[in-house]
Design a protein around this ligand. Structure first.
Ligand SMILES: NC(=O)c1ccc[n+]([C@@H]2O[C@H](COP(=O)([O-])OP(=O)(O)OC[C@H]3O[C@@H](n4cnc5c(N)ncnc54)[C@H](OP(=O)(O)O)[C@@H]3O)[C@@H](O)[C@H]2O)c1
Length: 251
């Protein structure tokens, strides 16, 4: 298979933009998807091999928009769209739950339906989940529930697409050194009424790993690029945990 085409949803985010950069260095042309056309134009920054595509993955209209943009076999499609902000176990609303599930789970299904006619043996379908899908916390119930649901969905997608030679992968980072994580730390600090600063909250998260730090965006982007190797078919249906040893359970 030649380098070919990548499709990245959430392409302008901290993780998505690092993934786009990695796929570009691997020689792929990349369809970069997000809602803000301005942010997409800034991402492309004159690189004609980055194709900006404004689409909202919360809506079924994104399926046809993505399908119309795919003009070659899709080597890898990545769902890296961010979850909307949401409450704790005490404050999470039904609307937040609906938007989160629709964006993350529905968004993955819409992405796959958009690229479906351009998949071929060796194509990869990849979604970013997260550590809290496996280690629930009352601070982030929406991330926990959506990421747990992704574990289930990736298994059924691997049954559906495996016979076509298309592999499916869940990447589950721990908290990542990123603006999103800084915003979450600030919300937690605010809820504590000023007892701790956002930096102190981030230090608590860092201490949750025996490496004493957060996952980096480049570590996540590396894992996505790794999946381009033919040998990565062996990871079909599996979860790649990038949690720096946070998870205590076995299995
Ligand atoms: N950062 C972390 O600590 C961390 C840790 C573990 C897992 N993750 C997973 O990785 C995801 C991305 O994280 P991040 O830090 O890169 O987030 P981010 O910087 O907030 O980026 C979010 C991206 O998703 C796009 N997006 C959001 N809603 C969309 C929609 N409805 N349709 C299309 N695009 C949409 C945003 O662009 P527009 O707003 O222009 O649409 C942006 O490109 C998270 O949601 C989470 O599931 C993150």
């Amino acid at each position: 298979m030649t380098a070919g085409l990548g499709v990245v949803v959430g392409a302008t985010g901290a993780l998505g933009s690092a993934i786009v950069a990695r796929l570009r260095s691997a020689g792929l042309r990349v369809i970069a998807v997000a809602r803000s056309a301005d942010a997409l134009a800034a991402l492309a920054d004159g690189d004609e091999q980055i194709v900006p595509l404004a689409a909202d993955l919360q809506s079924d209209g994104a399926i046809d928009t993505i399908a119309a943009a795919c003009d070659a076999p899709v080597r890898i499609a990545v769902q890296a769209a961010g979850l909307p902000g949401s409450g704790t176990i005490d404050t999470l609303t039904g609307d937040e739950l609906e938007a989160g599930m629709n964006g993350k789970i529905g968004g993955l299904l819409r992405l796959i339906r958009g690229v479906q006619d351009h998949l071929e043996p060796g194509s990869r379908l990849v979604v970013l989940g997260g550590h809290y899908g496996f280690e629930p916390t009352p601070n982030a119930p929406l991330a926990g529930m959506t990421n747990a649901a992704l574990g289930n969905l990736v298994r059924s997608l691997s049954d559906r697409y495996g016979p076509d030679g298309v592999t499916v992968h869940l990447i589950a980072p721990g908290p990542v050194e990123s603006p999103r994580m800084t915003a979450i730390a600030q919300r937690i600090a605010d809820r504590r009424g000023g007892e701790t600063t956002a930096d102190q909250v981030l230090d608590e998260y860092r201490a949750g790993s025996p490496l004493g730090r957060l996952t980096t965006v480049d570590e996540v982007a590396w894992a996505v690029e790794l999946l381009l190797a033919p040998e990565a078919s062996g990871l079909h249906g599996a979860t790649l945990s990038l949690d720096l040893g946070r998870r205590r359970g076995i299995g």
